[in-house]
Design a protein around this ligand. Structure first.
Ligand code: ATP
Length: 264
């Protein structure tokens, strides 16, 4: 895949908002490369794509397994004038964009897990890592996206949780260029919408796709654990949790299905 093939598939909105596209065969991490570029003064809005990552990253320094051509490994860098706390809502907007792009390509039955996982039958299909970088007076957000396309059984076994790939969900896999373009087109359109009107226009969309909404969950944040019923997200993207002590608004942590009743 070359840059021109990809550019030809971009809609006007993404074409206008992406100044550079860089395609690598192998890289440590598309997010790390994007952060390096910002630090060294290359501040255009850019896309970094790689066929494989040797040090793909997830949240909290976790690894994202990225074998050659087994997935899409993509980072979009975009200048943002916003507060650092908007990052959470942007993370949700990114997950919605990935789900909508894959659905457009034929993947039905996908769901979201707060704050940023895309799942199929509770198995992880895509992961998202947003990173913020300040350079002089400007703030840049790096939107890192990993989607499993054809992940071998051997690779799936190396991951410590249930995972799946696009190949198991749709009949005919689209080309890498079509996949990338769909992801970028949905993301750029939704980021534009977010910049104009914030997260409130995404609240309902998220809640209709959230696989744990109205279900008892446990939230782990470092050492702390909170049990309650997920009420979905609010207009800021925070998770609303009905606990024994009332409704709490959650801004960080990991969601697990609750194995214990709420009254304990
Ligand atoms: P959670 O899924 O609980 O929200 P997280 O958001 O911290 O966790 P990520 O940062 O999105 O997870 O991804 C890192 C984790 O994803 C790893 O710890 C591993 O369990 C899992 N993982 C690693 N590589 C892949 C992959 N290719 N496909 C699916 N899952 C993976």
């Amino acid at each position: 895949m070359d840059e021109q093939t990809l550019r030809n598939l971009l809609n006007l909105e993404s074409e206008k908002s992406i100044d550079r596209i860089q395609i690598f065969d192998e890289i440590d991490s598309t997010n790390s490369e994007s952060l390096r570029q910002i630090r060294s003064g290359n501040t255009e809005n850019r896309v970094v794509v790689a066929s494989s990552q040797t040090a793909g990253r997830g949240r909290r320094g976790r690894q994202w397994l990225s074998p050659k051509n087994a997935g899409i490994y993509l980072s979009l860098t975009r200048r943002f004038s916003m507060e650092a706390n908007a990052l959470q809502a942007l993370s949700l907007v990114t997950a919605i964009s990935v789900l909508e792009a894959l659905r457009e390509l034929g993947a039905q039955g996908l769901q979201l897990k707060w704050p940023n996982d895309v799942l199929f039958e509770k198995k992880k299909l895509a992961g998202i890592l947003l990173e913020l970088q300040q350079k002089e007076a400007s703030r840049f957000v790096v939107f890192g996206i990993g989607v499993n396309v054809e992940l071998s059984a051997g690779s799936q076994e190396r991951i410590d949780r249930p995972v799946t790939d696009l190949n198991s969900i749709i009949n005919e896999l689209p080309s890498r260029a079509i996949l990338l373009a769909a992801l970028l087109n949905h993301l750029c359109r939704n980021l534009g919408r977010y910049e104009n009107s914030g997260f409130s226009s995404f609240e309902e969309r998220w809640n209709s796709l959230d696989c744990y909404r109205m279900i008892d969950i446990e939230i782990q944040n470092g050492e702390s654990r909170l049990i309650g019923k997920s009420l979905g997200v609010d207009s800021e993207g925070s998770l609303r949790l009905q606990t024994a002590n009332g409704i709490q608004s959650i801004n960080g942590g990991e969601v697990f299905p609750s194995l214990r009743p709420l009254s304990e």
